[in-house]
Design a protein. Sequence first.
Lengths: 120, 556
Amino acid sequence: MKLLTANRLTDGLTLWYAGTPESGTQESGKPESGTLESGGWVEDAALASRLSDDDAEALLIAWKLRETDVVAPYLIPLTDTGTPVQREQVREFVRANGPTIGQTADAIASAHNRADIFEN
Amino acid sequence: MSATQSSAKMYKYDDFDHAFVRDRNIEFADQVARRLSGEITEDQFKPLRLMNGLYLQLHAYMLRIAVPYGVLSSKQMRKFAHIARTYDRDFGHFTTRQNLQFNWVKLAETPKILEELAQVEMHALQTSGNCIRNTTTDQFAGAARDEHSDPRPWAELIRQWSSNHPEFTFLPRKFKIAITGARKDRAAIRVHDIGLHAKPEGFDVYVGGGMGRTPSLGHCIRTGLAGEQLLSYLEACLRVYNRYGRRDNIYKARIKILVAALGPDEYKRQVEDEWARMDRAKVDAPVAEIERLKSYFPDPDFKVASFDRVAFERAQTADAAFARWIKNNTNPHKRDDHVSVTISLKPVGLPPGDASSAQMDVMADVADAFGYSELRVSHEQNIILPHVHKGDLYALYTQLDTVNLSTANVGKITDMIVCPGLDYCSLANARSIPLAQDISQRFEDAKLSDKIGDLQIKISGCINACGHHHVGHIGILGVDKQGIEFYQILLGGRADEKAALGVITGKGLPAEAVPAAIERVVRLYLELRTSDDERFIDTLERVGRETFAGALHEPA
């Protein structure tokens, strides 16, 4: 399972793909024209779709073509337990939740696996 | 207008400068429009935006604005406040390169921001890319009592020479120059690609210093270099690097690797050979031009007022916090009736180096009221008023206190250099800011902090070392260990005139264990020091790192 993430071209904010494998794409695999929202993108990581590896790869290829909408799309592999793979764990936690300024180290240590974002 | 308000004494754009920046902004605005319309791809656009200081970070675009050698006017600081309010999330981050970063700008609004900056003679050029970056210098330049040569005219000379220099726009890697002109090195010249020490008899030239993956102290390859020969000598240094620097491997592309590979003596021989063959007259600035640049930086019209020492001391007796601020946040000035004031951007529990728009406005206001409209950014991520009459200190302190800018911790354990880390930076492996917040809360007790005295903690969120961890008395390096943040502790680094690189001591620690480990080391220092005047770094050098290693890794 994977998540698809990118940054919005106009303001750089982090986006998450929350559509279905089919939503917003044509049969050719190319994304339909229209807004990012109609294409399935949201700013809230908690809403991100958990995609099969094949669907995720197809969507990544499709959205790479939409360069006037999103920048630097990439996939986050998920482990069986639903958290991102270990190598990316902290990075993707911060990317999903925004800067952690003000949290204590203890809070950070216990919050890495925030379930409401990366749950199955 | 207050008694001391005036125009800041600093660089001035001439017609060429205005036209150059305007043309570059027009060009970039067109590039942004073409990117937004899809006419050019991200691959085509990325190098163009980077040449204009615009990065795409973890959460948003980041714009890095050049503050030439850390010198700012009140007008420029007010412009930063306006940009923070209008185009960002109401704050900015002052960096270890004496620059300013906005973390949340929009691509579509960047041309407008650059236009606003140009109105106050600023830009974001050469704050990224493999070119000569902003030259950094002593934050007390032109004011410090221990200064023998003002580095600002030389920094300005280098700025003009290196701006859009056709030969050095695509170097093997980025290139950083630092200059000091004082007895104490406050510019960390030994850990720069080129470090210059301006002395009455000429420049000492250090080459091949740096931090990052392969830390190294610069080697002195020339002493007594005449100022009027500075540019040609720098050009010779850059040419040898440009010719032989490793373009095939980004990790081996900095000049420190070349100097280490050739050996300092051979590198020097090649530089001297290049210098001897070069037509120096075509490169070096005429004496008249150097004098013109020096004329940009006269002393301000110092306030002439009697200094009421009795009232000053009475104020300190009545207000212990003010007395502590005077003791910790002022630096001796060349005039007896003035001091330089450091405004700490390290309040306990808040992100180091950040300032809100309201704080920026107040800093601009106090610069106008008490500081001849001039400010500086230090590489320690604080703001400096270089010239303040002693009679104005209490009024200044009171005004700063209204916006949480009166923290009296300069040079102390909570005055940490901290990179943005994984909270913002796409290169980072670990967070820096939350760890700094934890450490500052652990040592927030003013009496304990003062008892500890001068102690520099420097934190980097990755091996690139933007947080200068190699030269912290205690350095902290964030690493990624199978997806979890760990922190390696270095002991014994220093960036001053006795520059030394810290050494990693023991195993990495999880974030939650670091503050207690630091406290154990500090408590051991307090036990071991021979007097209150023996600083942490002195004790460490006297007894050795191994003595402290046990305390660092003792179970909590």
